[in-house]
Ligand binder design. Structure first.
Ligand code: HEC
Length: 105
C-alpha cells in the first residue's frame, strides 16, 4: 500500500518534471556537447574519445583553467588541427558548456 503510493508519487514526479523544470545550464551544456563535440571527444566522466587524438572534455581543465577555455571558445577554438572544425560559440553557449565541464572536474 505504502509502496504503491510511493511508486505513484515517483511516477507522477517523473512525468511532471520535464514540463516544470527548465533545463539547467549544466543540462544545456551537456546537450550542446553531445550534439557538437561528442562524435570526437568523450563528454562524460569515464569513456574514451571516439576519435583517439581528441582529449576527453573532462581532461581539458587539466590543460587549461576553465576560464581560459571560455576565452578560447569565445574567439573560436582553432587548434590548428584539421580534424577539429573551428567553433564559434555565443556567450550563452559558452556559459552552458563551461557549467557542464565544471561538473566533470
Ligand atoms: C571532428 C572532430 C572534433 C569535434 C567535433 C570537436 N573536436 Fe575538439 N578536438 C579534436 C581533436 C582531434 C583535438 C586534438 C587537437 C590536437 O591536439 O592537435 C581537439 C582538441 C580540442 C581542445 C584542446 C585544444 C588544445 O589545444 O589542447 C579543445 C578545448 C576542444 N577540442 C574543444 C572542443 C569542443 C568544445 C567541441 C564541441 C563544441 C569540440 N572540441 C568538437 C576534434 C574534434
Amino acid at each position: 500500500m505504502l509502496q504503491g503510493m510511493l511508486r505513484h508519487g515517483l511516477i507522477g514526479l517523473f512525468l511532471m518534471t520535464p514540463a516544470l523544470a527548465a533545463p539547467s545550464a549544466e543540462q544545456r551544456g551537456k546537450a550542446f556537447a553531445r550534439a557538437n563535440c561528442a562524435r570526437c571527444h568523450a563528454i562524460d566522466r569515464a569513456s574514451n574519445s571516439p576519435l583517439k587524438i581528441a582529449p576527453p572534455l573532462r581532461a581539458l581543465h587539466q590543460r587549461y583553467p576553465i576560464e581560459n577555455l571560455g576565452e578560447a571558445l569565445a574567439e573560436g577554438i582553432n587548434t590548428g588541427h584539421a580534424d577539429m572544425p573551428a567553433f564559434e560559440l555565443s556567450p550563452d553557449q559558452i556559459h552552458d558548456l563551461l557549467s557542464y565541464l565544471k561538473t566533470l572536474e
